[in-house]
Design a protein around this ligand. Structure first.
Ligand code: BEZ
Length: 211
C-alpha cells in the first residue's frame, strides 16, 4: 500500500555498506532521509551519491541520518563506491542498502512497474523524530535530484515543527515566514515579538522566529 504523508515510516532491518541496520535504531531520536536510486554503476546515480556524501556535514548539522538504497547486491555497492570517490571526490559516508530481495523497496513502494519493473525509481522519504513520514518525492531515472532542495525542505520542516509558521514559495533559511491562520492577530503579537506585517488578513509575514 502506498505510504502517505503523516503515516508511520515502516521499520526494517537491512544489509548495508555499513553492516546490518535496524532503520529506527539507526535514526535514533533524530530525522532521517531514505532515498532510492535505480542502479549502481550508472552516471546520474554516481553524481547523486557523490553529492549526498559531500553534503554529510549539512545533514549532520540538522541531526539528519541519510540512508541510500538500490536493488543491487552489496559487492556491487562496495565496488561502485570506489568509482564514486574517484569521480566525485567524496567517499561514501552513509549506509547504502543492498535490497536484492526488494524487501525495503516493496515496503516503501519504490518500484513503479510502468516506469521500470525491476529498478527502483528516485524516491525520497523524510522521516521525523516521531518516525512519521514528513515528505515524499519521486523523480524518474533520467532526472538527478537537487539535494540542496532536500536540505531546504528539512529546514522548513524543522522550523514549522517548532513554531506556528509556514514557509512561502522559494523560502530559504533566514527568510521571512508566514504566520499560520490558527494564530489570531492578538496572539501573534506575543508569539512573534519581532512583529508581523499583515499584507492581507490571511497573509501575515514575520521574521524567522528562531534566528
Ligand atoms: C543513471 O543513473 O544515469 C540511470 C540509471 C538508471 C536508468 C537511467 C539512468
Amino acid at each position: 500500500m502506498a505510504i502517505r504523508l503523516g503515516d508511520e515510516a515502516p521499520n526494517f532491518t537491512a544489509e548495508t555498506t555499513e553492516g546490518t541496520i535496524d532503520f529506527y535504531d539507526y535514526l535514533g531520536d533524530g530525522w532521517g532521509v531514505l532515498f532510492s536510486h535505480p542502479k549502481d554503476y550508472t552516471p546520474v546515480c554516481t553524481t547523486e551519491l557523490g553529492r549526498v556524501a559531500a553534503l554529510k556535514p549539512e545533514f549532520d548539522k540538522r541531526n539528519v541520518k541519510v540512508v541510500g538504497l538500490s536493488v543491487d547486491p552489496l559487492d556491487s555497492h562496495v565496488g561502485w563506491a570506489a568509482d564514486i570517490e574517484e569521480t566525485q571526490g567524496t567517499k561514501l559516508n552513509f549506509p547504502l542498502i543492498a535490497d536484492s530481495d526488494r524487501k525495503v523497496s516493496d515496503l516503501y513502494d519504490m518500484i513503479h512497474p510502468n516506469a521500470n519493473d525491476t529498478l527502483t525509481v528516485r524516491s525520497v522519504f523524510i522521516v521525523g523524530p516521531d518516525k512519521k513520514v514528513k515528505l515524499q518525492i519521486i523523480y524518474p531515472a533520467s532526472t538527478g535530484r537537487n539535494f540542496d532542495e532536500i536540505l531546504r525542505v528539512i529546514d522548513s520542516l524543522q522550523l514549522t515543527a517548532g513554531y506556528q509558521v509556514a514557509t512561502p514559495v522559494d523560502w530559504k533559511d533566514g527568510d521571512d515566514v508566514i504566520i499560520v491562520a490558527a494564530v489570531s492577530d492578538a496572539d501573534a503579537k506575543t508569539k512573534f515579538p519581532k512583529g508581523f506585517k499583515a499584507i492581507k488578513p490571511y497573509l501575515r509575514v514575520t521574521p524567522q522566529p528562531n534566528k
